[in-house]
Structure formats: structure tokens, C-alpha cells
Design a protein around this ligand. Structure first.
Ligand code: GLN
Length: 493
């Protein structure tokens, strides 16, 4: 869709300002119900859009496909001069003095930032309910959550107030909300996108990840995100080709024939019947398109949730030590000494789930226990990686659900008690991907009998990101994929 809009802007059939005005109007009409945004940047966005249009008039050309395209950022990305809260009361008034990699690359490509979106505090959650800024609703379904932790990002695209959004995926936080909202969500291999200026949750798992309406838009955005950045030593990937060229060489069925997809019935049996049905019908489509299906067990998957909920809190407990009320963030007003300044500043501003994870993580790393917990989890992590390595010797990509169900009901309205363990289990299909560092894409498949969107996941080998996107793009051209959110922009297409 972005490539089509780009042609229209270039030939002056539409203006960047028209697009941005449309996005801002959509924010105004949906914010109350969906609560997708923590900060809305209307003045900033209009000014940027005018600058985009002026650029085109003066220079007569467009430097980038993203020129004038409205987008949103999860409020976990550092933005210079723009409040960045991480969905936490601790950073409710924090205005960063610098731009992180993602903000810098997208804004210098002249994409127009319309707002910072809601998320679970520091990215910890799957429902967007763990935040003092309030849950985000699934657009059109106010009783349901948009998913988390990048729920605001997904809702912003699904409600039609941004054309793409960048979230972060540590254990599924982009793929899950993409699936709940009927969008495409792409988690690149670890090391493809710089994490500089992405507020850290679990550094060995975190990856900036785009959400968009179709696979082609994901590729356009990845062109910018994957640019190299010497400020993050873990960004090691060099793109082999232009991401947009990969998508432009669409071959439809031809690009699918002869490929092999791995799957395993054990991963589907526990899912809701409708998720199983859609999975089965996709597998039939695969076969009819000349794709071979092979059954490949993933024995270590059953340990993935336990492993993740040791590794991620351990890393989080170290990363969140910096929020002590001294340099930035919330500081308790009255305090007799330094120790109580630390304790009270943290106790008064961090949420329940964040505290739970700091406690688990500190325990898992503590002397006397770290060998039993953290070290053991790191070993199991290697087994998960081995499962993927073995699987990809027999197949090109691996097919799983994103989640066992469609979007969850909101806890608050439905008097659903807090049950952290149950919440953690929802991540069973997405977490192994982050533990192994491999790329994965959530693709929309249509809606359930209740009208709730559903998604499926394809996983690829490490650094097969471009091949995975090319395959997903060809699938998208061949399968009856519902891109409902595109309708919001129909007047511009
Ligand atoms: N639900 C997972 C968690 O709470 C994943 C979060 C994420 O990917 N940021 O840790």
C-alpha cells in the first residue's frame, strides 16, 4: 500500500498534508474508545507534512518511499523532545534529549510521526492492561483487548490512524497484537535492527518490529530499520538485497512451489477449534500450491515459557535498576536518606507486574540460585535453538498458530481475576522464536465466527528475513488474506 501512496504523492494526486489530516481525524474519532495513543503529536505532524509537500514542490522528486507517510511508534522508543513513557508512571514526564535509531531513521526518511502508542509497562504483558495509561481496545470490539504489549501500535494501524507502526517484540509483543487486530507483524532475526534508543526490557530478546497492513509495507519499512548503526554492537546483519526489491520480484505461485513447510499437530491440538480449522485450511492451501508439508516435532517448546520467564525477568531486573529516581524519571518527594530515595522512588512508580518480574529476576540471578535457575534456563535456550536448527535442515519455514485463541476479553469489564501464570502461557507459540533469535511473521487469515481477527505464524532460519518476507508476500498474493484496515485509506488509493 505504501508504494501505491508514494506514487500518488510523487505525482501530486494526493498531498502528504491530506494524508496526515486524515490520520489525525481518525485519531480524534477513535482515541476515546480505543485509547491507542499515549501522546498525540498533531502540531508536529501537520508541520512535518507541510515540509514534505514543500520539499516535493521545490526539489521535484521524493527521496524516500516513506516520505509523507503517517506512522506511530510504541512509547518505548526514545524520541528527541517528545515525551517517552515506556507505559510507566516512572517515566510519565520524561522528555529524551536524543533520538534512538528507529526514530532517527524513520524521521530522516520523512515519514511523519503522528503519535506515541500505548503499551504494557516496559513491554511486560500480552494484553496492554499492565499500564497506568489504560488498556487499549481492539478496534470495533470495545470489550476486547488489542493484545500486548504493543497493543497501541496495532490498534493505531487497525483503526486507520497510522499506516504502519513500530513495536518491540521480546516474546511476541508485535506478533500477538498483529494477530488480534488482523495485521501483519514481523519480528526480524535478533541483530537485524539496532536497539539503540529502544528502552530495554530483556536485551538478548528485544527486537524492534514493524506492524503494517500488508507484507509489502513491512518490507518498505525494514529498508530503513535495518540500516546499520555503529551504536549497537549486536546489530550484525547486513542486508543482501534491497528489501523493496525483494518484494517487487513477486512471483506468486512460482515463488511458493517446491518449498517445504514444517508443522506439528501437537502444537495445534490445544488451540481453540477455530484456530485449528484455519490452520488446517491454510495447510490444504499450501499443498494445493505445490508446497510440501512435513511433520517435525519441537520437543523443547514445552519448556520455552518456563525458560523465557527466567531469562526475561533476569535481564529486566538488571535493565530496570537504572530507574532509581536519581538521574531521570520519578523521584519521591520526601525522603530522609539515599537508600529510601531509591526504594520509595521505585516502589511508588513501578507497577505490580514490573515489580513481580524484578523480584523473579533478582532471585534467579542471586548467588546460590543462579546456577539452578538462570544458568539452567540458558542451557534450555540452547536446546530450543537446536530444535530450530534441526527443523530447518528439513524445511524452509515452520508454521504455527500465533495464539491459541482470538483476542481476550478485557479483565476490568468482565471481572476476570488477575492470573499471571495463565497470561504467561499465552506466549507459548511466540516465545521460542525470541529465545532462538530467529525471524517470524504473523499473517492475518480473516475473522472468526464472532468477527474477531485471527493470525498464523511462519518462522524462518536465522537471517532468512528477506526470504521469509518474499515467501509471505507470495502467499499474501495467492491466499484469501483479509486486509480490512486498507479500507481506511481507500480515498487515497
Ligand atoms: N508477553 C511477553 C511478556 O510479557 C512478551 C512481551 C514482549 O514481547 N515485549 O514478557
Amino acid at each position: 500500500m505504501i508504494l501505491e501512496l508514494h506514487e500518488k504523492i510523487k505525482s501530486k494526486k494526493i498531498s502528504a498534508l491530506d494524508l496526515i489530516k486524515h490520520a489525525l481525524k481518525s485519531i480524534r474519532s477513535h482515541q476515546k474508545e480505543n485509547n491507542a495513543y499515549i501522546s498525540i503529536l498533531d502540531h508536529h505532524a501537520e508541520l512535518k507534512a507541510k515540509q514534505c509537500d514543500e520539499w516535493l514542490s521545490v526539489k521535484g522528486n521524493l527521496p524516500n518511499y516513506l516520505h509523507g507517510i503517517p506512522f506511530s511508534l510504541k512509547d518505548l522508543f526514545i524520541t528527541k523532545g517528545i515525551r517517552t513513557t515506556a507505559g510507566s508512571a516512572h517515566l510519565a514526564n520524561y522528555i529524551p534529549p536524543y533520538d534512538g535509531h528507529v526514530s532517527e531513521k524513520l524521521q530522516s526518511s520523512q515519514a511523519v510521526l503522528v503519535g506515541k502508542t500505548g503499551c504494557d509497562e516496559f513491554g511486560m504483558g500480552s494484553t496492554n492492561e499492565n499500564t497506568p495509561f489504560g488498556a487499549v481496545s481492539l478496534p470495533g470490539h470495545p470489550q476486547h483487548v488489542a493484545g500486548g504489549s504493543s497493543g497501541g501500535s496495532a490498534a493505531s494501524v487497525a483503526e486507520g490512524s497510522s499506516i504502519f507502526s513500530i513495536g518491540t517484540d521480546t516474546g511476541g509483543s508485535v506478533r500477538l497484537p498483529a494477530s488480534f487486530c488482523g495485521l501483519v507483524g514481523f519480528k526480524p532475526s535478533y541483530g537485524v535492527v539496532s536497539r539503540y534508543g529502544q528502552i530495554a526490557y530483556a536485551s538478548s530478546l528485544d527486537q524492534s518490529s514493524p506492524l503494517a497492513i500488508d507484507v509489502s509495507d513491512i518490507a518498505v519499512v525494514m529498508e530503513e530499520l535495518s540500516k546499520s548503526d555503529p551504536r549497537d554492537a549486536t546489530q550484525v546483519y547486513q542486508s543482501k538485497h534491497s528489501w523493496v526489491d525483494v518484494i517487487k520480484q513477486q512471483t506468486g505461485k512460482k515463488g511458493l512451489q517446491g518449498k517445504t513447510i514444517g508443522f506439528h499437530p501437537a502444537l495445534w491440538n490445544s488451540c481453540d477449534p477455530e484456530v485449528q480449522e484455519v490452520g488446517a485450511s491454510w495447510m490444504k492451501h499450501f499443498q494445493s500450491m505445490g508446497i510440501e508439508l512435513v511433520e517435525i516435532p519441537m520437543p523443547s517448546f514445552e519448556h520455552a515459557v518456563a525458560t523465557y520467564y527466567l531469562v526475561a525477568p533476569a535481564e529486566a531486573s538488571a535493565n530496570l535498576a537504572r530507574y532509581d529516581g536519581v538521574v531521570y524519571g520519578y523521584r519521591t518527594p520526601k525522603t530522609p536518606n539515599l537508600e529510601s530515595l531509591f526504594v520509595k522512588s521505585r516502589s511508588e512508580s513501578l507497577g505490580e507486574e514490573v515489580k513481580r518480574r524484578i523480584l523473579i529476576g533478582t532471585f534467579a540471578l542471586s548467588s546460590g540460585y543462579s546456577e539452578d535457575y538462570f544458568a539452567k534456563a540458558s542451557k534450555v535456550r540452547r536446546l530450543i535453538w537446536n530444535d530450530f536448527k534441526n527443523a530447518f535442515q528439513k524445511c524452509d519455514f515452520y508454521f504455527t498458530p500465533v495464539c491459541a485463541s482470538t483476542a481476550f476479553l478485557k479483565r476490568q469489564f468482565n471481572k476476570i481475576p488477575m492470573d499471571p501464570l495463565k497470561d504467561y502461557m499465552n506466549d507459548i507459540f511466540t516465545i521460542p522464536v525470541n529465545l532462538a533469535g530467529v525471524p517470524a511473521i504473523a499473517l492475518p487469515t480473516g475473522v472468526s465466527s464472532q468477527g474477531l481477527p485471527l493470525g498464523m505464524q511462519l518462522i524462518g532460519p536465522t537471517f532468512s528475513d528477506q526470504e521469509l518476507l518474499a515467501f509471505a508476500r507470495n502467499l499474501e498474493l495467492e491466499l484469501p488474506i483479509d486486509h480490512g484496515a486498507k479500507n481506511h485509506w481507500k480515498d487515497f488509493l
